[in-house]
Design a protein around this ligand. Sequence first.
Ligand SMILES: [Zn+2]
Ligand SMILES: [Zn+2]
Length: 106
Amino acid sequence: MRDDEPAAGVLPYAEVTDEAYAAQTAASFTVREFEFAVLLSGRCPRCDHTTTSTVVDELYRRDTPAAAQDPGYRTVLCECETDHPARPAGLRGCGAYWTLRLEVEA
Ligand SMILES: [Zn+2]
Ligand SMILES: [Zn+2]
């Protein structure tokens, strides 16, 4: 079932974050753990499309100061399948990113 049909007024791609993103997704995202990665799925807090992000060690460790201090933090990127205008070639999603605190052993 698709619930992320492109609609008029799709947000242009922009690499942005907001404190509210983490709060929204902490409550609503599904977290699945695998041996080398964590799979997060839910609705992007910026564009409201369904997104599934695979978070691997290399991705979240190089990012925010919070991630460097606490390995429980993961930087999550929107990876929805909708075409957002002005998106650089090869990228996915709307550009939103945020940091999630996960109770997961790295
Ligand atoms: Zn989107
Ligand atoms: Zn998004």
